[in-house]
Design a protein around this ligand. Structure first.
Ligand SMILES: C[S@@+](CC[C@H](N)C(=O)[O-])C[C@H]1O[C@@H](n2cnc3c(N)ncnc32)[C@H](O)[C@@H]1O
Length: 198
């Protein structure tokens, strides 16, 4: 059974309404856009906790059509729908990642992991594993720094994350990101993880 969310829809809606969205870089994250340049345009892609959906909008503009943008905050969903009037209705979804069902070739990680309470990291990893096909990949960036806040974002380090991810994933890439945006340089890991065979 799904546990209650520690930071629920009301919490995130409040952050959007109060414009406490310091995580939002205002465009698609370069490590992610670069990764997807060589990926098959038919790939099924989930972007959980997508916020303003910059990565999804970019991929849509690059010809990807099987994208699901998912966010728990109605305000984020409305913003995306407004900005992407050409996107099919099913592409932009309001919902909880932990309740989501589907089968994906890629799950994109961009400041969603850090939005969850650290006690939910294991659940995130298990859920991502469940939603991916056997050849699927969890791809994106994780903060490699501690913020010291008692609220999201929650940071961490490679040595903290690795044992958690290794339990369910083969870590194809799990290293210092070479093309982070300026303020995040030296503070992000680029990850590409493939589900381990059961
Ligand atoms: C730190 S923001 C990141 C947004 C976006 N990825 C970005 O980088 O701009 C985290 C987002 O995750 C959403 N969120 C939090 N918990 C969620 C959940 N359980 N399922 C889906 N979305 C969630 C929040 O509403 C918020 O928009």
């Amino acid at each position: 059974m799904q546990k209650d969310l520690i930071y629920d829809s009301e919490y995130w809606q409040g952050r959007w309404e109060e414009q406490q969205t310091g995580w939002d870089i205002g465009y698609a994250s370069p490590p992610i856009t670069e990764y997807f340049t060589t990926i098959d345009r038919d790939a099924r892609i989930l972007i959980p906790g997508c916020g303003n959906g910059w990565e999804g909008q970019h991929l849509f503009e690059q010809g990807f059509r099987n994208i699901t943008l998912l966010d728990l905050a109605p305000a984020a969903v409305e913003l995306m729908k407004h900005r992407m009037p050409d996107a099919p209705a099913e592409m932009i979804q309001h919902g909880d990642f932990f309740e989501h069902t589907g089968s994906y070739d890629y799950i994109v990680e961009q400041t969603f992991f850090c939005a969850l309470h650290p006690s939910q990291r294991q659940d995130y990893i298990e859920k991502a594993n469940e939603l991916l096909t056997a050849d699927g990949k969890l791809v994106g960036v994780l903060f490699d720094t501690h913020f010291g806040f008692d609220h999201p974002p929650f940071g961490g380090s490679k040595s903290e994350y690795e044992p958690l991810f290794e339990h369910h994933f083969e870590l194809l890439h799990f290293e210092r990101c070479s093309n982070s945006i300026g303020p995040r340089q030296g503070r992000e890991l680029f990850i590409e993880c493939k589900p381990k065979e059961a």
